[in-house]
Design a protein around this ligand. Structure first.
Ligand SMILES: CC(C)(COP(=O)(O)OP(=O)(O)OC[C@H]1O[C@@H](n2cnc3c(N)ncnc32)[C@H](O)[C@@H]1OP(=O)(O)O)[C@@H](O)C(=O)NCCC(=O)NCCS
Length: 206
């Protein structure tokens, strides 16, 4: 499958990414978040953020039609024993990470990306951001945007590693401990257009 084939569903996008973009060394897939997964996601959220989203934030995002995806993988015999207690979907697959992104006119806004603590620094967030870029291009987006807490050095390093650039700062954007506020750093990433040859081929076939 190629980008111009415009995979529409999460399953198709998973297959396309697995075949064309990344080789992680283990099977994985994207699963669209639904209401039944909210307790699991909310528990990970609480373990990961100083001011976590509640289930209502995720419920509203699903209802609004935002792109809400889980990165999951089946258990394998060689997995570390510590993963035995790791968060899982009802079908037994391991939950690695999730994201929520809001589509807009010519842009996508990343609202939340979180990796389960046990699975950090294994490339999960990078993989989800690869998927987000591919999905956004397929929606016609030219830019990705996000805000990140100024103090969140790990996340800022991630975004810089992917190619995001700082483009601004929002003063006192986030609540912080002790009734304080914290600045947001605004970052953006220009999305490369799909291969022009493939685009032309697609238009010719339309
Ligand atoms: C930030 C977060 C999503 C990163 O997830 P992850 O799956 O561990 O990230 P990856 O393994 O894909 O990292 C890819 C690259 O990003 C950078 N990076 C990621 N986490 C980093 C950290 N804590 N410190 C420094 N660099 C980091 C590195 O360059 C890394 O590549 P490397 O491991 O080969 O050095 C994860 O730490 C997390 O969920 N944090 C809590 C929630 C959060 O802060 N979300 C972002 C809100 S804006």
């Amino acid at each position: 499958m190629r980008l111009a084939d415009k995979p529409a569903s999460g399953t198709e996008l998973s297959a396309w990414l697995a075949a064309e973009v990344v080789d992680t060394g283990r099977p994985w897939s994207l699963v669209t978040m639904d209401e039944s997964m909210l307790p699991l996601v909310a528990a990970v959220e609480c373990s990961s953020h100083p001011h976590p989203w509640g289930p209502g934030h995720f419920r509203d995002s699903i209802a609004a039609g935002y792109w809400c995806q889980l990165l999951v993988t089946p258990s394998q015999p060689g997995d570390p024993s510590a993963w035995g207690d790791a968060p899982r979907l009802a079908d037994g697959r391991l939950l690695l990470a999730y994201l929520v992104a809001m589509p807009g006119y010519l842009e996508t806004h990343l609202l939340n990306i979180t990796t389960v603590p046990l699975h950090r620094r294994q490339g999960c967030a990078r993989l989800l951001l690869e998927a987000l870029q591919a999905w956004s291009r397929l929606q016609g987006a030219e830019w990705l945007w996000l805000e990140v807490r100024a103090s969140n050095e790990g996340a800022r390093s991630l975004y810089e590693a992917i190619g995001f650039c700082q483009v601004g700062r929002r003063r006192d954007y986030y609540p912080a401990d002790g009734g304080q506020r914290e600045d947001a750093v605004v970052m953006s990433l220009a999305l490369l257009p799909a291969d022009p040859a493939i685009e032309a081929e697609t238009e010719g076939a339309a």
